[in-house]
Design a protein around this ligand. Sequence first.
Ligand code: SAH
Length: 276
Amino acid sequence: MKQRPSFPARLDVTLAKNRPNAHGVPVVSAASTSQAPASTTPTAGRAKPMPPAAAPQGHGMESSAVRTRMVQKLAAGGISDTQVLAAMGAIERHRFVDSALINQAYEDTSLPIGLGQTISKPGVVSRMAELLRNGHSGKLGRVLEIGTGCGYQAAVLSLLASEVYSIERLRGLHDRARENLRHLRLANLHLLFGDGMQGYAKGAPYAAIIAAAGGEAVPQAWVDQLAMGGRLVAPVVTPGSPGGAQALLVLDKTPQGVRQTILEAVHFVPLKSGVA
Ligand code: SAH
């Protein structure tokens, strides 16, 4: 029987050192995430941050081999955008989950990240990133992500876009994402604490907007903050569906108006208003 990889995995320091990684993705510079723009809400009275997720270091199996297998499965499952596959291969998903779940980090499954939220499946993250890139040859421009969660998808996006603004409404997760992302030193990733239903006007217009939580409808602020020619990908509750089933919505903002396409069924945590 094939042995399951053991974690903690060996540290892959490639990203932090700003060298091209095994997949040839030239990424990141060395600025700290603490230089990200100020929160969109006052930070006074903030709760104690949640403990950081597992920080594997030093021992065990080379995690890039496990990621390579994950990437092969994503490709076999229909993801063909090589930039997306490279980004999925570069970001260490096991660093974004709790130590008790590390063995499942490279399975195509969502996992709990605390406060009732989940890290999205690699299959869904790559599918949405591919839709967002829409076959572009270069990098995306500015991207807005609603629902930072543990910060995994934000990290993947930061390799595919010139700038990423990622908003989270739960302070505990916002802090945790900052902790999870620190080692990557992604200078182009800006973590914001606030209600993403308002978007983030200061960073607009966005070449792309992606939501990791599903609501009844796409907030008008997102459409307004999308650049002309930009694309939004979000889970939305299918109108009239029993039990609030969701589907993936692709919205293109064109000079002729907004074009919306509903794709496959998905299952995301709910989009909620306000902060907590
Ligand atoms: N992007 C994450 C997925 C996180 S789950 C990943 O990499 O796996 C979705 C997140 O959306 C949750 O953390 C939830 O708190 C957040 N969320 C829900 N409604 C929101 C809102 N209005 N503004 C910002 N974040 C929101």
